[in-house]
Design a protein around this ligand. Structure first.
Ligand SMILES: C[S@@+](CC[C@H](N)C(=O)[O-])C[C@H]1O[C@@H](n2cnc3c(N)ncnc32)[C@H](O)[C@@H]1O
Length: 378
Protein backbone atom coordinates (compact mmCIF):
# COMPACT_ATOMS: atom_id res chain seq x y z
CA UNK A 1 0.00 0.00 0.00
CA UNK A 2 1.31 3.48 -0.86
CA UNK A 3 1.91 6.09 1.82
CA UNK A 4 -1.02 8.13 0.51
CA UNK A 5 -3.34 5.12 0.50
CA UNK A 6 -2.31 3.93 3.96
CA UNK A 7 -2.27 7.45 5.39
CA UNK A 8 1.03 6.66 7.12
CA UNK A 9 4.30 8.37 6.21
CA UNK A 10 7.62 6.51 6.17
CA UNK A 11 8.67 8.53 9.21
CA UNK A 12 5.55 7.55 11.14
CA UNK A 13 6.24 3.91 10.30
CA UNK A 14 9.81 4.25 11.57
CA UNK A 15 8.52 5.79 14.80
CA UNK A 16 6.08 2.91 15.21
CA UNK A 17 8.95 0.45 14.78
CA UNK A 18 10.79 2.20 17.62
CA UNK A 19 7.65 2.12 19.79
CA UNK A 20 7.27 -1.63 19.13
CA UNK A 21 10.95 -2.27 19.87
CA UNK A 22 10.64 -0.37 23.17
CA UNK A 23 7.51 -2.34 24.06
CA UNK A 24 9.14 -5.69 23.34
CA UNK A 25 12.41 -4.89 25.13
CA UNK A 26 11.43 -3.36 28.44
CA UNK A 27 14.19 -5.45 30.10
CA UNK A 28 16.93 -3.55 28.21
CA UNK A 29 17.33 -0.38 30.27
CA UNK A 30 19.26 1.73 27.76
CA UNK A 31 17.80 0.51 24.48
CA UNK A 32 14.26 0.61 25.86
CA UNK A 33 14.72 4.25 26.93
CA UNK A 34 16.33 5.26 23.63
CA UNK A 35 13.64 3.62 21.51
CA UNK A 36 10.86 5.11 23.63
CA UNK A 37 12.46 8.51 23.06
CA UNK A 38 12.85 7.94 19.31
CA UNK A 39 9.23 6.81 19.03
CA UNK A 40 8.11 10.29 20.15
CA UNK A 41 10.80 12.32 18.41
CA UNK A 42 10.45 12.72 14.63
CA UNK A 43 13.66 14.76 14.30
CA UNK A 44 15.86 12.05 15.83
CA UNK A 45 13.91 9.08 14.40
CA UNK A 46 14.11 10.51 10.85
CA UNK A 47 17.80 9.54 10.67
CA UNK A 48 16.74 5.97 10.01
CA UNK A 49 15.17 7.06 6.71
CA UNK A 50 18.73 7.16 5.32
CA UNK A 51 18.94 3.34 5.50
CA UNK A 52 19.33 1.21 2.37
CA UNK A 53 16.09 -0.35 1.09
CA UNK A 54 14.79 -2.96 3.53
CA UNK A 55 17.30 -2.02 6.24
CA UNK A 56 15.35 0.64 8.19
CA UNK A 57 15.15 -1.38 11.40
CA UNK A 58 15.54 0.13 14.90
CA UNK A 59 18.68 -1.97 15.51
CA UNK A 60 20.47 -0.17 12.66
CA UNK A 61 20.12 3.27 14.27
CA UNK A 62 21.01 1.76 17.66
CA UNK A 63 24.15 0.22 16.16
CA UNK A 64 25.14 3.48 14.41
CA UNK A 65 24.79 5.34 17.71
CA UNK A 66 26.73 2.64 19.58
CA UNK A 67 29.48 2.84 16.95
CA UNK A 68 29.61 6.63 17.42
CA UNK A 69 30.10 6.45 21.20
CA UNK A 70 32.65 3.63 20.88
CA UNK A 71 34.62 5.94 18.56
CA UNK A 72 33.96 9.10 20.57
CA UNK A 73 33.83 8.19 24.28
CA UNK A 74 33.89 11.90 25.21
CA UNK A 75 30.34 12.45 23.89
CA UNK A 76 27.61 13.00 26.51
CA UNK A 77 25.68 9.88 25.48
CA UNK A 78 28.72 7.64 26.07
CA UNK A 79 28.35 7.59 29.85
CA UNK A 80 25.15 5.52 29.47
CA UNK A 81 26.99 2.73 27.64
CA UNK A 82 28.55 -0.02 29.75
CA UNK A 83 30.64 -0.92 26.69
CA UNK A 84 32.34 2.48 26.97
CA UNK A 85 32.52 3.24 30.69
CA UNK A 86 32.28 -0.28 32.19
CA UNK A 87 29.27 -1.94 33.80
CA UNK A 88 29.92 -0.46 37.26
CA UNK A 89 30.22 3.12 36.03
CA UNK A 90 27.07 3.43 33.90
CA UNK A 91 25.13 6.62 34.68
CA UNK A 92 21.76 6.36 36.42
CA UNK A 93 18.55 8.21 35.63
CA UNK A 94 17.02 8.96 32.24
CA UNK A 95 19.53 8.61 29.37
CA UNK A 96 17.25 10.10 26.69
CA UNK A 97 18.07 13.87 27.03
CA UNK A 98 21.82 13.29 26.58
CA UNK A 99 21.39 10.59 23.98
CA UNK A 100 19.00 12.84 22.01
CA UNK A 101 21.49 15.71 22.14
CA UNK A 102 24.25 13.45 20.84
CA UNK A 103 22.01 12.15 18.04
CA UNK A 104 21.05 15.64 16.86
CA UNK A 105 24.57 17.09 17.22
CA UNK A 106 25.98 14.27 15.08
CA UNK A 107 23.05 13.73 12.75
CA UNK A 108 25.08 13.89 9.52
CA UNK A 109 27.69 11.44 10.77
CA UNK A 110 25.01 9.03 11.95
CA UNK A 111 23.09 9.34 8.68
CA UNK A 112 26.27 8.41 6.76
CA UNK A 113 26.78 5.32 8.92
CA UNK A 114 23.14 4.30 8.54
CA UNK A 115 23.24 4.77 4.75
CA UNK A 116 26.37 2.65 4.30
CA UNK A 117 25.95 -0.18 6.84
CA UNK A 118 23.79 -3.20 7.57
CA UNK A 119 23.64 -4.88 10.94
CA UNK A 120 25.98 -7.86 11.21
CA UNK A 121 26.45 -10.49 13.92
CA UNK A 122 28.95 -13.02 15.15
CA UNK A 123 27.72 -14.20 18.54
CA UNK A 124 30.44 -15.97 20.54
CA UNK A 125 28.02 -17.62 22.97
CA UNK A 126 26.59 -19.65 20.10
CA UNK A 127 29.70 -21.76 20.72
CA UNK A 128 27.51 -23.44 23.38
CA UNK A 129 25.37 -25.20 20.81
CA UNK A 130 28.15 -25.46 18.18
CA UNK A 131 30.27 -27.37 20.75
CA UNK A 132 27.38 -29.68 21.58
CA UNK A 133 26.49 -30.27 17.93
CA UNK A 134 30.06 -30.91 16.73
CA UNK A 135 30.56 -33.32 19.65
CA UNK A 136 27.37 -35.17 18.74
CA UNK A 137 28.37 -35.30 15.06
CA UNK A 138 31.70 -36.86 16.03
CA UNK A 139 30.35 -39.34 18.58
CA UNK A 140 31.13 -42.30 16.27
CA UNK A 141 34.61 -40.86 15.43
CA UNK A 142 35.74 -39.12 18.62
CA UNK A 143 39.47 -39.21 17.78
CA UNK A 144 39.32 -38.51 14.03
CA UNK A 145 40.59 -35.00 13.23
CA UNK A 146 37.89 -32.72 11.88
CA UNK A 147 38.04 -30.14 9.15
CA UNK A 148 35.63 -27.44 10.28
CA UNK A 149 33.92 -25.41 7.58
CA UNK A 150 31.47 -22.73 8.66
CA UNK A 151 28.85 -21.42 6.23
CA UNK A 152 28.20 -17.72 6.91
CA UNK A 153 31.14 -17.41 9.30
CA UNK A 154 31.17 -13.60 9.68
CA UNK A 155 34.49 -12.92 11.51
CA UNK A 156 34.99 -16.64 12.20
CA UNK A 157 34.46 -16.53 15.96
CA UNK A 158 32.56 -19.81 16.06
CA UNK A 159 35.29 -21.65 14.19
CA UNK A 160 37.36 -21.28 17.38
CA UNK A 161 34.87 -23.28 19.45
CA UNK A 162 37.55 -25.64 20.81
CA UNK A 163 39.60 -22.68 22.08
CA UNK A 164 36.81 -21.50 24.40
CA UNK A 165 35.66 -22.83 27.74
CA UNK A 166 32.06 -23.85 27.08
CA UNK A 167 30.00 -24.46 30.22
CA UNK A 168 26.69 -26.27 30.15
CA UNK A 169 25.09 -25.76 33.53
CA UNK A 170 22.46 -27.84 35.22
CA UNK A 171 21.42 -27.34 38.83
CA UNK A 172 24.66 -25.59 39.64
CA UNK A 173 26.91 -28.23 38.07
CA UNK A 174 28.85 -27.39 34.89
CA UNK A 175 29.73 -29.78 32.10
CA UNK A 176 32.82 -28.21 30.47
CA UNK A 177 33.67 -28.64 26.79
CA UNK A 178 36.62 -27.09 24.93
CA UNK A 179 39.61 -25.49 26.65
CA UNK A 180 38.91 -25.34 30.41
CA UNK A 181 41.61 -22.66 30.88
CA UNK A 182 40.45 -20.36 28.08
CA UNK A 183 40.05 -16.63 28.72
CA UNK A 184 36.75 -16.89 26.85
CA UNK A 185 33.87 -18.56 28.67
CA UNK A 186 30.54 -19.34 27.06
CA UNK A 187 27.56 -20.22 29.23
CA UNK A 188 24.45 -22.22 28.50
CA UNK A 189 21.86 -24.07 30.54
CA UNK A 190 21.29 -27.75 29.81
CA UNK A 191 17.51 -28.21 29.57
CA UNK A 192 17.69 -31.64 27.95
CA UNK A 193 15.09 -34.15 29.24
CA UNK A 194 18.01 -36.45 30.08
CA UNK A 195 21.00 -34.44 31.35
CA UNK A 196 23.95 -34.37 28.96
CA UNK A 197 26.48 -36.64 30.63
CA UNK A 198 29.53 -36.04 28.48
CA UNK A 199 30.49 -34.12 25.40
CA UNK A 200 33.94 -33.98 23.83
CA UNK A 201 35.21 -32.07 20.85
CA UNK A 202 37.37 -33.98 18.37
CA UNK A 203 40.82 -32.62 17.41
CA UNK A 204 40.64 -29.87 14.77
CA UNK A 205 42.90 -30.36 11.72
CA UNK A 206 41.81 -27.25 9.82
CA UNK A 207 39.17 -24.56 9.94
CA UNK A 208 37.78 -22.29 7.26
CA UNK A 209 34.86 -19.91 7.08
CA UNK A 210 32.87 -19.02 3.98
CA UNK A 211 30.95 -15.74 3.92
CA UNK A 212 29.66 -13.30 1.29
CA UNK A 213 30.97 -10.51 3.50
CA UNK A 214 33.69 -11.96 5.74
CA UNK A 215 35.03 -9.68 8.46
CA UNK A 216 38.76 -9.27 8.63
CA UNK A 217 39.91 -9.32 12.25
CA UNK A 218 42.69 -6.87 11.30
CA UNK A 219 40.14 -4.29 10.10
CA UNK A 220 39.50 -2.13 13.18
CA UNK A 221 36.48 -0.33 11.69
CA UNK A 222 34.79 -3.59 10.72
CA UNK A 223 35.42 -5.13 14.14
CA UNK A 224 34.10 -2.03 15.88
CA UNK A 225 30.94 -2.21 13.75
CA UNK A 226 30.49 -5.86 14.74
CA UNK A 227 30.86 -4.78 18.36
CA UNK A 228 28.46 -1.85 17.83
CA UNK A 229 25.80 -4.31 16.67
CA UNK A 230 25.93 -6.04 20.06
CA UNK A 231 23.36 -4.78 22.55
CA UNK A 232 25.33 -3.28 25.46
CA UNK A 233 22.49 -3.95 27.91
CA UNK A 234 22.94 -7.73 27.72
CA UNK A 235 25.39 -8.79 30.44
CA UNK A 236 28.68 -10.37 29.33
CA UNK A 237 28.08 -10.18 25.56
CA UNK A 238 30.52 -7.36 24.76
CA UNK A 239 33.06 -8.61 27.29
CA UNK A 240 32.97 -12.09 25.75
CA UNK A 241 33.23 -10.69 22.23
CA UNK A 242 36.29 -8.64 23.15
CA UNK A 243 37.99 -11.59 24.85
CA UNK A 244 37.30 -13.78 21.81
CA UNK A 245 38.74 -11.15 19.46
CA UNK A 246 41.98 -11.06 21.47
CA UNK A 247 42.20 -14.84 21.25
CA UNK A 248 41.35 -14.88 17.56
CA UNK A 249 44.02 -12.36 16.61
CA UNK A 250 46.77 -14.71 17.81
CA UNK A 251 45.77 -17.32 15.22
CA UNK A 252 42.75 -16.33 13.11
CA UNK A 253 40.87 -18.93 11.08
CA UNK A 254 41.03 -18.73 7.30
CA UNK A 255 38.05 -16.83 5.90
CA UNK A 256 37.00 -17.14 2.31
CA UNK A 257 34.76 -14.60 0.55
CA UNK A 258 32.05 -16.43 -1.34
CA UNK A 259 28.56 -17.81 -1.52
CA UNK A 260 27.91 -20.71 0.83
CA UNK A 261 26.22 -22.73 -1.92
CA UNK A 262 28.12 -21.79 -5.08
CA UNK A 263 31.56 -21.76 -3.50
CA UNK A 264 31.31 -24.58 -0.98
CA UNK A 265 32.76 -27.35 -3.14
CA UNK A 266 35.79 -25.27 -4.19
CA UNK A 267 36.42 -24.21 -0.60
CA UNK A 268 36.30 -27.79 0.69
CA UNK A 269 38.57 -29.05 -2.11
CA UNK A 270 41.14 -26.30 -1.52
CA UNK A 271 41.11 -26.92 2.24
CA UNK A 272 41.58 -30.68 1.80
CA UNK A 273 44.38 -30.11 -0.71
CA UNK A 274 46.21 -28.08 1.93
CA UNK A 275 46.11 -31.18 4.12
CA UNK A 276 47.73 -33.46 1.57
CA UNK A 277 49.77 -35.27 4.22
CA UNK A 278 46.58 -36.86 5.54
CA UNK A 279 45.15 -37.34 2.01
CA UNK A 280 41.64 -37.00 3.36
CA UNK A 281 41.77 -40.60 4.60
CA UNK A 282 41.49 -40.03 8.32
CA UNK A 283 39.49 -36.88 8.28
CA UNK A 284 35.98 -35.98 9.26
CA UNK A 285 34.61 -33.02 7.30
CA UNK A 286 32.22 -31.10 9.55
CA UNK A 287 30.36 -28.31 7.80
CA UNK A 288 28.19 -26.20 10.08
CA UNK A 289 25.89 -23.25 9.78
CA UNK A 290 24.41 -21.18 12.56
CA UNK A 291 21.71 -18.66 11.69
CA UNK A 292 23.19 -18.28 8.22
CA UNK A 293 21.50 -20.77 5.84
CA UNK A 294 18.24 -19.02 6.64
CA UNK A 295 19.53 -16.00 4.64
CA UNK A 296 19.86 -18.12 1.49
CA UNK A 297 16.85 -18.43 -0.83
CA UNK A 298 14.89 -21.58 0.03
CA UNK A 299 15.26 -23.05 -3.49
CA UNK A 300 19.08 -23.00 -3.26
CA UNK A 301 19.49 -24.54 0.22
CA UNK A 302 19.23 -28.15 -0.95
CA UNK A 303 22.37 -27.81 -3.08
CA UNK A 304 24.51 -27.82 0.07
CA UNK A 305 23.58 -31.48 0.65
CA UNK A 306 24.25 -32.31 -3.01
CA UNK A 307 27.74 -30.82 -2.75
CA UNK A 308 28.41 -32.68 0.50
CA UNK A 309 27.22 -35.98 -0.98
CA UNK A 310 29.88 -35.49 -3.67
CA UNK A 311 32.50 -34.62 -1.02
CA UNK A 312 31.54 -37.85 0.77
CA UNK A 313 33.01 -39.82 -2.14
CA UNK A 314 36.47 -38.45 -1.30
CA UNK A 315 36.22 -38.12 2.49
CA UNK A 316 35.03 -41.12 4.52
CA UNK A 317 33.05 -39.08 7.05
CA UNK A 318 31.09 -35.94 6.29
CA UNK A 319 28.65 -34.20 8.64
CA UNK A 320 26.48 -31.15 8.01
CA UNK A 321 25.56 -29.72 11.38
CA UNK A 322 22.96 -26.98 11.55
CA UNK A 323 21.53 -24.55 14.08
CA UNK A 324 18.88 -22.80 12.04
CA UNK A 325 15.21 -21.88 12.46
CA UNK A 326 12.71 -24.74 12.22
CA UNK A 327 12.01 -25.85 8.67
CA UNK A 328 15.05 -24.05 7.22
CA UNK A 329 17.28 -27.06 6.46
CA UNK A 330 16.06 -29.29 3.61
CA UNK A 331 15.76 -32.94 4.57
CA UNK A 332 16.03 -32.38 8.33
CA UNK A 333 13.12 -33.69 10.40
CA UNK A 334 11.56 -31.33 12.94
CA UNK A 335 11.74 -32.03 16.65
CA UNK A 336 8.37 -33.35 17.82
CA UNK A 337 5.64 -30.76 18.18
CA UNK A 338 7.49 -27.93 16.46
CA UNK A 339 5.67 -26.20 13.57
CA UNK A 340 7.53 -25.49 10.30
CA UNK A 341 8.76 -21.91 9.93
CA UNK A 342 8.88 -21.37 13.65
CA UNK A 343 11.74 -19.12 14.80
CA UNK A 344 12.99 -21.69 17.31
CA UNK A 345 16.60 -22.70 16.67
CA UNK A 346 16.75 -26.39 15.75
CA UNK A 347 19.92 -28.44 16.12
CA UNK A 348 20.40 -31.32 13.76
CA UNK A 349 22.61 -33.02 11.23
CA UNK A 350 22.78 -34.78 7.93
CA UNK A 351 25.69 -37.21 7.86
CA UNK A 352 27.50 -39.38 5.32
CA UNK A 353 29.67 -42.32 6.28
CA UNK A 354 31.63 -44.35 3.72
CA UNK A 355 29.93 -42.38 0.94
CA UNK A 356 26.37 -43.21 2.06
CA UNK A 357 23.97 -40.87 3.74
CA UNK A 358 22.65 -41.88 7.16
CA UNK A 359 19.17 -40.92 8.34
CA UNK A 360 18.97 -37.18 9.02
CA UNK A 361 18.61 -36.40 12.72
CA UNK A 362 17.02 -33.53 14.66
CA UNK A 363 18.83 -33.30 17.98
CA UNK A 364 16.71 -30.73 19.77
CA UNK A 365 16.33 -27.00 20.17
CA UNK A 366 18.32 -24.14 21.65
CA UNK A 367 18.27 -20.44 22.45
CA UNK A 368 19.46 -18.46 19.38
CA UNK A 369 22.43 -17.12 21.37
CA UNK A 370 23.17 -20.36 23.20
CA UNK A 371 21.70 -19.36 26.58
CA UNK A 372 20.13 -22.83 26.83
CA UNK A 373 19.84 -25.99 24.84
CA UNK A 374 17.56 -29.01 25.03
CA UNK A 375 18.97 -32.10 23.37
CA UNK A 376 16.28 -34.72 22.77
CA UNK A 377 18.29 -37.03 20.50
CA UNK A 378 20.16 -38.91 19.10
C1 LIG B 1 23.38 -13.70 11.28
S1 LIG B 1 25.03 -13.84 10.67
C2 LIG B 1 25.55 -15.26 11.58
C3 LIG B 1 27.04 -15.31 11.73
C4 LIG B 1 27.55 -16.51 12.52
N1 LIG B 1 27.24 -17.74 11.84
C5 LIG B 1 27.00 -16.53 13.93
O1 LIG B 1 26.22 -17.47 14.23
O2 LIG B 1 27.32 -15.67 14.75
C6 LIG B 1 24.79 -14.50 9.04
C7 LIG B 1 26.05 -14.52 8.20
O3 LIG B 1 25.76 -15.19 6.98
C8 LIG B 1 26.40 -14.50 5.91
N2 LIG B 1 25.70 -14.85 4.66
C9 LIG B 1 24.43 -14.53 4.30
N3 LIG B 1 24.15 -15.05 3.09
C10 LIG B 1 25.26 -15.74 2.68
C11 LIG B 1 25.58 -16.51 1.52
N4 LIG B 1 24.70 -16.67 0.53
N5 LIG B 1 26.80 -17.07 1.45
C12 LIG B 1 27.71 -16.90 2.44
N6 LIG B 1 27.45 -16.17 3.56
C13 LIG B 1 26.25 -15.61 3.67
C14 LIG B 1 26.31 -13.05 6.31
O4 LIG B 1 27.27 -12.25 5.65
C15 LIG B 1 26.56 -13.14 7.82
O5 LIG B 1 27.92 -13.05 8.14
Amino acid sequence: MSEAASGTTALEQVQRHFARFAQGHAHLRLYHAICRGLADDPDAASLLLAAQPGQARPVLLLAALHDLVLRRPELPAARWYSSVVGRDAVATGDPWPEVRATILDHADELRRTIATHRTQTNEVNRAVYVAAAVSLAARDLPDTPVVLVELGASAGLLLEVDRYRVELRRQGVALVVGDPDSAVTCHGEDRSPTPLASLALPPVAARVGLDVAPIDTADADAIRWLEACIWPDVPRRIERFRAAMILLRTDPPRLQRGDMVEDLEGTVEATLQDLTSTEGRDLHLVVFSSWALTYVERARRGFVAEVLARCARAVPAVSWVTAEPAGCVPGLPLPEGLPVDDDTTVLGARRWRGGRELAAEAWGTCHPHGEWLAVTGP
